[in-house]
Design a protein around this ligand. Structure first.
Ligand code: OGA
Ligand code: NI
Length: 358
């Protein structure tokens, strides 16, 4: 979230906005889309390369296989430095679970609005539930999407009133997926730590209990897709995020070397996206990357993003093991202050982390 995210413990306030899925269904092709969704920057800042590029691939099976591990870990390091965005294959999350969760998600969003609104955000200082985030004023332009967010870890922070009871397997699949991704995140952190010259135990401690949230994004088709933005440009305020494309509709773009490029991923690969927390901890060796979601005129696009954040007590600053005798590139701030700043702004580039730069 452009900080796109939504951290469990950190609350977040957002104004309620119209449901875009219903709005899109009610729009006649001849009727113009409401002004609040018209984004001049969508045209002013088009994609530089129209052909989708396939993201670099990291193979988790190779990473954990002693025969290939060194080579794959070196590739992981280069990819983190050059891209901050890659797709993870052979990640070990069971295919049957992914397919089940995908079907649940589609079924949930296809339900009548009234049924989904049972799970709407309740403005209690948390962004959990069905609605939108980072809307702070009535004048602010809006994204062409709806979202549904739940905190999944630490388990004690779950609020089951936001966990849909229908489809009947949804809760169980969310729970299983949450656990699978936690194991995966823990494994990935070990390699990232080692690549940064930090003992894996240090990262284990920083990310203890593996705080995690799931954000389901629904981007309806738009008759004037080139005028709207599905999700505004932002970097994620996480350690890293793991994105699963729920249907086969692409729309994700990343800003690389100053240009927007459309990316595509292999079916069922998990797209890893390094967040702001990793940028600061690594003293900028790895950077969080700006990304956005665009829509199209024909098909809804659905994604599921799992945010993996640090322990709530973290003091955010570059790790001394990484800085060594070198130059310190970021100041320090408590993670809680950082998340407050994230939620006090609309979704907008890397604006919060920029303030920490020395
Ligand atoms: C997010 C995000 C992109 C997408 O939710 O933080 O970047 O493709 N989503 O849905
Ligand atoms: Ni994001």
């Amino acid at each position: 979230m452009a900080k796109s995210v939504v951290h469990s413990q950190c609350g977040g306030y957002t104004l309620s906005v119209p449901n875009v899925q219903s709005l899109a269904t009610s729009l006649d092709k001849s009727i113009q889309i409401p002004e609040r969704y018209v984004r001049p920057e969508a045209n002013a800042d088009p994609i530089a390369r129209t052909n989708e590029i396939e993201l670099p691939v990291i193979d988790l099976a190779k990473l954990i296989d002693p025969e290939f591990s060194k080579e794959e870990a070196a590739k992981l390091h280069r990819t983190c430095q050059e891209w901050s965005f890659f797709q993870l294959v052979n990640h070990g999350v069971p295919e049957e679970l992914i397919e089940g969760l995908k079907a649940n998600t589609v079924e949930f969003f296809n339900k009548p609005l009234k049924e989904k609104m049972v799970y709407k955000q309740d403005n209690s200082g948390s962004v959990q539930g069905y609605g939108q985030t980072f809307v702070l004023s009535e004048e602010q332009k809006l994204d062409w999407s709806d979202m549904f967010y739940v905190t999944t870890r630490p388990v004690a922070l779950r609020n089951m009133k936001f966990w849909p009871t229908s489809p009947s397997t949804f809760r169980d699949n969310m729970d299983r997926y949450s656990l699978e991704l936690t194991k995966l995140a823990s494994c990935l952190w070990q390699y990232i730590a080692t690549n940064l010259g930090v003992a894996p135990e240090v990262f284990e401690q920083l990310f203890k209990d593996h705080p995690q949230g799931l954000r389901f994004n629904y981007y309806p088709p738009c008759p004037e897709a080139d005028k709207v933005i599905g999700i505004s440009p932002h970097s994620d305020a996480t350690g890293f995020s793991l994105l699963l494309q729920i249907n086969d509709v692409q729309g994700l773009q990343i800003r690389k070397d100053g240009e927007w490029i459309a990316v595509s991923a292999l079916p069922n690969a998990l797209i890893v996206n390094l967040g702001d927390i990793t940028e600061v901890l690594s003293n900028g060796i790895y950077k969080s990357i700006e990304h956005r979601g665009m829509t199209n005129t024909q098909h809804p696009r659905i994604s599921l993003v799992a945010f993996h954040g640090p322990d709530n007590s973290l003091m955010l600053r570059p790790l001394p093991e990484v800085v060594g005798d070198g130059k310190l590139n970021y100041g320090s701030m408590s993670y809680q202050e950082f998340m407050k700043a994230v939620f006090n702004k609309k979704l907008e580039g890397k604006s919060v982390i920029e303030k920490l730069k020395l």
